[in-house]
Design a protein around this ligand. Structure first.
Ligand code: CMP
Length: 387
């Protein structure tokens, strides 16, 4: 029972049950957050207000049950690394996930302890703590953290430039406008607000320069703001793209290891191919290739099974093999329908990359061609036997 609960609650698990539970939890958090947010609207009618209150209470109760289940199942978590149930539970409770789940209970505990004496204003506390729980479900967040860590050097340089321009602008703003508007530019710290609002190109309009010099300074500051923001966006965007590419490369590299035909060609050739492969998941019974369709790609089977529906009868291909190469080699339409007989993970190599690799990796293409020739011979022999 504990192993089953552990498997369902495992945040890393790709099993259907675990994925369904994660989706359900995200829906629960969003429903809870929406209801709490709705209750902060004063003009909300009593009936929807009461309904939102009931949903909030149900969500809070389910989170309490979930916390209890996670605490109970903690000794079954493989990486918790503690044989004694008590210390395994303590370790989980003190982990980031444990602390976040506990934090999600804080507002409900507050309401129970205060016995309903807390007003609706307290409701926004639910929002904050439940949003924290949602953070734990955001898959791209660690990617963002990695990007910021990788790009910390250029990011800190740009931030330093931002601070220098900000302080210089606040000083000049104070010099130019200090006498005309002492309440807004009377000191450098006071004019920092105007500098910040102008440099970030926000422009609330509460602090506006009146002198010519002050206005010229504002214009220059706005241009500096655009430049700094463009630099920050550029650094983050290129860092993000690079990190996504690296992660995808690693993922495909691991999948290639499961196709012996590809992993036997040597590290340099693999590195060349990995960058060109895309992985695709197919459910059982999907048509991957249609007979007579033009050839646009070939496929390597990482996991699962496909059936090639030839005139001479069906042929099944399992993990580690490939298909769709004949039409590419012969530059002719497809010879047969190919369907998945199980849920399958395939690596796709598109036609342009196939022909490019043919020039760069002749041994790999020769091996694919040898298998295609064998298949052709088998098909011809089967055709003759049929006649
Ligand atoms: P293509 O003609 O592009 O599309 C259908 C694919 O079925 C074909 O490439 C081969 O990859 C595959 N195929 C054809 N004949 C056989 C066979 N005898 N055994 C295994 N696979 C085959």
């Amino acid at each position: 029972m504990r192993q089953w609960v552990c498997a369902i609650l495992d945040p890393e698990s790709a099993s259907r049950g675990a994925r369904r539970f994660r989706s359900f939890e995200v829906i629960l958090i969003l429903a809870g957050v929406a209801c709490v947010a709705a209750r902060t609207v004063d003009s909300l009618a009593p009936a929807p207000r009461a309904a939102a209150g009931i949903v909030t209470a149900i969500v809070a109760a389910l989170f309490a049950v979930e916390y209890g289940a996670r605490l109970w199942a903690a000794p079954g978590i493989p990486h918790i690394g503690s044989p004694a149930p008590g210390s395994a539970r303590l370790r989980w409770a003190l982990s980031t996930a444990g602390v976040i789940d506990l934090a999600a209970l804080i507002p409900s505990i507050g309401v129970v302890v205060a016995g309903g004496r807390l007003g609706d204003g307290w409701a926004s506390a639910f929002l904050l703590f439940w949003l924290l729980k949602l953070v734990a479900h955001t898959p791209g967040l660690d990617l963002l953290v990695r990007v910021v860590r990788n790009e910390r050097s250029p990011l800190s340089t740009v931030m330093l430039v931002f601070v220098i321009v900000l302080l210089a602008a606040a000083t000049l703003g104070h010099l130019f406008e200090g006498r005309a508007q002492p309440e807004r530019f009377g000191s450098v710290p006071q004019s920092l607000w105007w500098a910040m609002v102008t440099l970030s190109t926000t422009g609330y309009g509460d602090a506006v320069p009146h002198t010519i010099a002050g206005r010229v300074l504002s214009g220059a500051l706005m241009l500096c703001g655009f430049a700094v923001l463009a630099l920050l966006a550029g650094i983050l965007a290129s860092g993000f793209a690079e990190e996504v590419k690296r992660t995808e490369f690693l993922r495909i590299w691991n999948l290639v290891a499961q196709v012996p035909f590809l992993s036997d060609v040597g590290a340099i050739a693999i590195a060349d191919i990995v960058g060109r492969l895309r992985s695709r998941n197919f459910s059982e019974g999907s048509v991957v290739i249609r007979r007579e369709a033009p050839a646009d790609s070939m496929y390597f089977i990482v996991d699962g099974e496909v059936e090639v529906r030839l005139d001479t009868g069906p042929v099944r291909l399992g993990a580690g093999t490939f298909f769709g190469e004949m039409a590419l080699l012969d530059r002719r339409p497809r010879r047969a329908d190919v369907l998945t007989t199980k849920a399958s993970v395939l690596l796709v190599l598109n036609a342009a990359d196939f022909y490019q690799i043919a020039g760069e990796q002749p041994t790999l293409i020769a091996a694919i061609e040898a298998e295609a020739n064998r298949r052709r011979a088998v098909n011809i022999a089967a055709g003759r036997a049929g006649n």
